[in-house]
Design a protein around this ligand. Structure first.
Ligand SMILES: O=C(CO)[C@H](O)[C@H](O)COP(=O)(O)O
Length: 275
């Protein structure tokens, strides 16, 4: 019997299943996400490499310091986002597929990311990928963002003016105060008064400093009914570098369930189109 607890076991099953489906000998460039679930994806990559089931010249694009170490420890080749050619002529994509974790995933596969503070590079890598495949345990599988993840939306901000940005995020966003806000945006999230908290480091006094030298504000706003509107709204505040809402980016999500089974989900609207 495995020594892993239920949550760890479910992360591992999801990660193994997603890697097995998406990473084979034809995949030349792979984006590697960050976080504890991705550690299991790296474990599976090591196994596939040993079995000679990976492209002999596979390049892995890291999304954080942690992810780069995972790639190196797996004996794989790390590459830079800027070093990659276009995969197909005329295509924006330079990465075949990216496999990444998430803090919460809704019915449309919009996701909250950045619990590990890596969402800026994660979003850059996701945006350069043909496919973004999310891997997570059952606690993160939601109908609406904010239903299960209660630590707020991670927002990477410039340290130059973090407290001003915090006030703007808290005051700018409240529905009643934003002039010209559309009805759709007013209905985009639950709380009237979001709260932005500067993320504090553990075992070091002071704030978390990201791999990019910035701070993180975790912005709580309750349930997020319109992730794209909220993402755009937060991004408009000067000094916001990246928002941990990934709207319409993921193509597929794998969840490890409590009973040991695995669920693979696609955006609900895509499923309807196929009916
Ligand atoms: O977005 C992330 C880091 O910025 C992670 O993918 C997300 O926080 C999930 O992490 P974990 O797999 O440890 O639960």
């Amino acid at each position: 019997m495995s020594s892993l607890n239920l949550v760890e076991q479910s992360k591992r099953s999801a990660a193994f299943a997603a890697v097995d489906k998406h990473v084979g000998p034809t995949v030349r460039v792979l984006g590697v996400g960050s976080g504890s679930t991705v550690v299991y994806a790296a474990e599976r990559l090591v196994e596939l490499k040993r079995l000679n089931k990976l492209h002999p010249e596979l390049l892995c694009v890291p999304t954080s310091f942690q992810s780069k170490q995972l790639i190196i420890d797996a004996g794989l080749r790390a590459s830079d986002l800027d070093d990659l050619p276009e995969l197909d002529p005329g295509s924006f994509a330079s990465i075949d597929v990216t496999i990444d974790g998430a803090d919460e995933v809704d019915a449309e596969l919009n996701a909250i990311k950045g619990g590990g503070g890596a969402h800026l590079r994660e979003k850059l890598v996701a945006a350069a990928s043909k496919k973004l495949v999310l891997i997570a345990d059952y606690r993160k599988d939601s109908e609406v963002l904010g239903e299960k993840w209660d630590k707020g939306v991670p927002v990477e901000v410039s340290p130059l003016a973090w407290s001003t940005i915090k006030r703007q995020l808290e005051r700018f966003v409240p529905k009643s105060r934003v002039q010209g806000m559309t009805a759709e945006a007013v209905a985009a999230f639950e709380y009237n008064h979001p709260i932005a908290v500067l993320r504090q480091a553990v075992r070091k006094a002071g704030p978390v400093v990201t791999d990019n030298g910035n701070f993180i504000l975790d912005v709580s706003m309750g349930k997020i009914y319109d992730p794209l509107a909220v993402e755009q709204l937060l991004k408009m505040v000067p000094g916001v570098i990246e928002v941990g809402i990934f709207s319409n980016m993921a193509t597929e999500a794998w969840f490890g369930n409590e009973d040991g089974s695995i669920t693979c989900r696609f955006p609900r609207s895509e499923m309807k189109k196929q009916d």
